[in-house]
Design a protein. Structure first.
Length: 298
């Protein structure tokens, strides 16, 4: 007992079409890495022709094979196996369209030469033909969304539609449900990641730490006066913030030394508390007290 056949659904046809496009992009990327500019497009055509040769044997593209689909005559879904001539014509249409677009400069010269030879076809230029092709593709796609029959112009020209058995259609539906579950989960996590990426840079961590420390009483009382003996024991070998050798060292009045960048970054994170030295809890609001480090002489 054979399974009944039916036209493949829109979702699976679009997914198979996208798979074929990704395969073409991979071929283009491999050829572009060879840096053969003069014959690059011809080499791409040869590689695509090798892959599309499977049309004649199995009546299905690489993407269609993933979903167990194959082409048939639109007039007879059950028995309408397309002829080899029609499949070859379908392959030629797909290859020729992409090749003409890539070799646009060569064909532009041909169109310009047609006027010189007296053909008098001012509308025959690459821009108009490209616009016409894109318009037809858009119209065909909207019709496909409505009736779900012909996805591409070559399919419509040759009356070819992908078909699938009822059993394979059910299997594809189950596979699509599983893929949708994973897709929804990925969309949720990506939305959360984008939200955190946007929000976290707006959060002033230093200000929050200072506020929490002041509320919980964990921050000792800040001092704005220091004895000369404490200044003499100045720790000038490392920055009190980044704990590395000070670059462009500055002081705020205590025995510690700071990188200018670290000092200003700490101040700008929470200007309300002024310039603060966390190791000794010395603070000052006077910007003129910030001076470049110099050795204290007795």
């Amino acid at each position: 007992m054979t399974n009944a056949k039916q036209i493949a659904g829109r979702v699976f046809r679009l997914e198979s079409y996208l798979l074929d496009q990704e395969l073409d992009e991979n071929i283009d990327g491999i050829v572009d890495q060879l840096e053969i500019q003069r014959y690059a497009e011809e080499l791409k055509i040869i590689l695509r022709l090798y892959l599309l040769a499977s049309y004649v044997g199995s009546s299905a593209t690489a993407g269609m094979k993933v979903y167990n689909m194959n082409y048939c005559e639109a007039s007879s879904i059950e028995q309408g196996i397309p002829s080899k001539t029609k499949l070859i014509a379908f392959t030629a249409l797909n290859l020729t369209a992409s090749y003409i677009v890539k070799r646009c400069q060569t064909f532009e010269k041909f169109f310009q030469g047609s006027i010189v030879k007296g053909l008098n076809l001012p509308w025959l230029n690459l821009e108009n033909l490209t616009l016409l092709t894109k318009s037809l593709n858009v119209m065909n796609f909207f019709i496909f969304l409505k009736d779900g029959k012909y996805l591409t112009l070559p399919e419509r020209m040759l009356s070819l539609v992908p078909r699938v058995s009822d059993e394979d259609h059910f299997s594809n539906s189950q596979l699509n449900k599983i893929q949708s579950d994973f897709m929804y989960r990925e969309v949720v996590w990506r939305a959360i990641a984008e939200f955190l990426t946007t929000v976290i840079p707006l959060i002033n961590i230093e200000q929050i730490k200072n506020r929490l420390s002041s509320l919980t009483g964990m921050m000792p009382e800040l001092r704005s006066e220091m004895k000369l003996s404490d200044k003499m024991r100045r720790e000038a070998t490392r920055c009190a913030i980044c704990l590395k050798q000070p670059f462009n060292p500055y002081e705020i009045g205590c025995r510690h030394v700071f990188c200018y960048y670290c000092l200003q970054a700490k101040y700008l994170s929470d200007p309300s508390i002024g310039y603060v030295c966390m190791p000794c809890k010395y603070s000052t609001d006077d910007k003129f007290a910030i001076q470049r480090y110099r050795t204290i002489k007795l």
